[in-house]
Design a protein around this ligand. Structure first.
Ligand code: PXL
Length: 286
């Protein structure tokens, strides 16, 4: 059976991120994506001014109730950017309602980047995100989000030394209860990736790929989307993170080479076939 994932993210119509990345990525990986859109925006909120924002909070409960009535079941629930703390409470309820053995809860605790929360995220929302992330089997924070989850100063989270990366990653695991892929880890001048704590094995491993100059919007969504697809297709956390780091790096490279504007996001569509090919090839080797 084709694995099925409920994806709780916003739909930003221009500037690749959230559902405009998650849906094509999961489809290409042979995974059915059932979107539960939290909001409809004209663009994402980074690098554009005056975006529209239609809050879809009122739809979340009824959509979930209808799915429940129809007996829909999921192999994973994968959540990302949230528009309000109410949405996080509703998403937590969705997780409780649809949990069953084998349903993996993947929370990308999207809150900010480069040391700062996104402009729509209040401290109250950041606290609600930490509560949502406490329900997760796997979380995929960047350094900014890790600092917010841990209540640490961002400047204390140096992710360029192996021992520090391991320490922060393991601190995020809630004493080994959840797996962690902490992104934006750079151990060496030309590599970027994630440090992964796998709660099933108790091991902490690194997944890196070539570092690309330039930074593009939506790379976190691309990484977490590929990781989620690979996990539900049976890959281990480290295998999934290696595939995600490699694919994100390749897409960032072609975007950088094309000189595309940062706010339009990573030019991933022409490379989607590679994800399908990797999934057909069976479990990837580490
Ligand atoms: O990529 C994260 C993200 C998702 N959705 C919206 C955003 C952002 C980051 O700015 O604004 C609407």
């Amino acid at each position: 059976m084709t694995p099925r994932v409920a994806a709780v993210h916003d739909l930003s119509c221009f500037g690749r991120c959230s559902l405009t990345i998650v849906m094509p990525v999961l489809s290409a990986m042979g995974v059915q994506c059932c979107p539960l859109p939290t909001a409809l925006l004209s663009t994402h909120t980074g690098g554009f001014q005056g975006n529209t924002f239609l809050d879809l909070t009122d739809q979340m409960g009824p959509v979930a109730a209808h799915w429940k009535m129809e007996g829909v079941a999921f192999d994973a629930i994968y959540t990302g950017f949230m528009g309000s703390w109410e949405q996080m409470a509703l998403t937590a309820q969705l997780i409780r309602d649809f949990s069953r053995p084998g349903c993996r809860i993947i929370v990308d605790p999207v809150m900010g980047d480069h040391g700062k929360p996104y402009r729509t995220y209040t401290p109250e929302m950041c606290r609600a995100m930490a509560e949502l992330a406490a329900l997760a089997d796997v979380i995929t924070p960047n350094a900014t989000e890790a600092a917010l989850l841990l209540g640490e100063e961002y400047k204390n989270l140096r992710l360029d030394r192996e021992a520090d990366c391991r320490r922060w990653c393991e601190a995020l695991s809630l004493e080994g209860r959840r797996s962690v892929a902490l992104t934006g880890v750079s151990l060496g001048e030309d590599a970027l990736g994630a440090v992964c704590f796998d709660r099933d094995t108790g091991r902490t491993e690194f997944a890196a790929a070539p570092l690309v100059p330039g930074q593009f919007h939506g790379t976190g969504d691309l990484f977490a989307g590929v990781l989620s697809g690979a996990l539900v297709r049976g890959r281990s956390l480290t295998e999934a993170a290696r595939l995600a780091a490699e694919f994100t790096s390749r897409c960032a490279r072609r975007t950088w080479e094309a000189g595309a504007p940062r706010r339009e996001g990573v030019d991933f569509e022409p490379l989607l076939w590679q994800l399908g090919q990797r999934m057909e090839a069976g479990p990837c080797r580490t």
